[in-house]
Design a protein around this ligand. Structure first.
Ligand code: 5GP
Ligand code: MN
Length: 339
């Protein structure tokens, strides 16, 4: 389903009625979040004098090559600068999330502001906080949506080569290299259009996937060899990392990305989970094949959500208790796991 209520926004942008726009995206932004933010940044700079990208937190080093990455302001550590910037802002874009709680304290600040807010997103159950919305839960990525919005409402000439690199990044990462079930014929058509706009697909792939540090490679090996458990008759792969292990491999933001997929790559595994003891809370990543809806499972037991085959959640309990709760609750899904 698609919601598009951006007619008036498009008109106001064409009339150059805004003075300062802020683009923001979710906590620990991924390739789609950063690709859509920096791609939109490239477009908005053609329409508005002052444009800023503000992320709630830091993100993986493998995204730092993205065009205009140096202009990104990270809210954590720059709180007063961001508060000052927001004072003169008359337009906010919220990309790749649909609930203000997903951007922590920054969400509270934006929630209190009575200015035009735009949500462009592809996750289920959007909250009603935006003035203008461009939302489609069948879209592969927010990058796909932002590209379509610019092309349809303003024309393809506004899409520059650096913007094409940004959007291609989100299409590629959110579809797991055009592999997940969110990959539609349209996704490939848009990927082709982005290549026509100059997206450098080979370099993008290398910069995102072929940049492991030795520590990160060893962390993956360690986790698969020493930590992975296959439970529920080999239908579920479970991995976990405690604080000592995170230190042992000098784990930085983004280093565990992709690890959960290795569990799912085993023949017969239907669901894979990675449970990590982050300092603030225990964070969980879920992946599944076929009909098993991990977003429903994580919403029910671990205050989470996301997509049917890729979702996340969290727990306020200890790592050990979280693992126990996972092992207990997954027993209720024998039928779904054995379909
Ligand atoms: P990841 O496992 O890569 O962190 O997240 C996979 C997907 O689930 C992403 O689309 C992400 O937006 C979503 N997701 C991750 N954590 C949460 C969460 O705590 N709540 C919700 N609603 N979605 C999440
Ligand atoms: Mn996304």
């Amino acid at each position: 389903m698609r919601i598009d209520s951006t007619d008036l926004l498009v008109e106001r942008l064409k009339l150059k009625q805004y003075k300062r726009a802020v683009i923001t995206t979710h906590h620990k932004p991924d390739g789609d979040a950063m690709g859509s933010s920096l791609g939109l940044y490239g477009f908005l700079k053609q329409m508005i004098d002052q444009v800023y990208v503000i992320t709630p937190t830091d993100y993986a080093d493998f995204l730092s090559w993205l065009p205009e990455n140096d202009s990104v302001i990270i809210y954590e550590g720059n709180e007063s600068r961001v508060k000052d910037l927001l004072k003169e802002t008359d337009l906010v874009f919220c990309l790749d999330f649909n609930r203000l709680s997903r951007i922590n304290q920054l969400g509270e600040l934006i929630g209190e502001m009575s200015i035009d807010k735009v949500m462009i997103d592809h996750h289920l159950d959007p909250e009603n906080f935006s003035t203008f919305t461009y939302w489609d839960n069948h879209s592969s990525s927010t990058c796909e949506l932002v590209f379509e919005w610019i092309e349809d409402c303003f024309g393809p000439d506004f899409v520059t080569q650096p913007m094409a690199d940004c959007f291609y990044t989100g299409l590629m990462t959110d579809t797991g290299n055009f592999q997940h079930n969110n990959t539609k014929p349209k996704t490939h058509i848009i990927a082709a259009k982005l290549m026509e706009h100059g997206a450098q697909h080979i370099q993008i792939h290398e910069r995102i996937y072929d940049v492991f540090s030795p520590d990160r490679s060893r962390l993956f090996g360690y986790c698969l060899y020493h930590k992975m458990e296959l439970i529920e008759d080999g239908k579920v792969a479970l991995m976990s990392l405690n604080k000592e292990e995170l230190e042992m491999f000098n784990v930085k933001t983004g280093d565990t990305e992709g690890l959960v997929n290795f569990g799912l790559s085993i023949l017969g595994v239907v669901m894979s989970v990675l449970i990590i003891d982050r300092t603030e809370r225990v964070k969980m990543s879920f992946r599944s094949k076929g009909d098993f809806a991990v977003n429903e499972y994580s919403a029910k037991y671990f205050s989470g959500g996301g997509h049917k085959n890729a979702s996340g959640g969290q727990s306020e309990d200890t790592l050990e208790n979280t693992i126990l709760k996972f092992k207990e609750t997954i027993k209720n899904y024998k039928e779904e796991l054995n379909k």
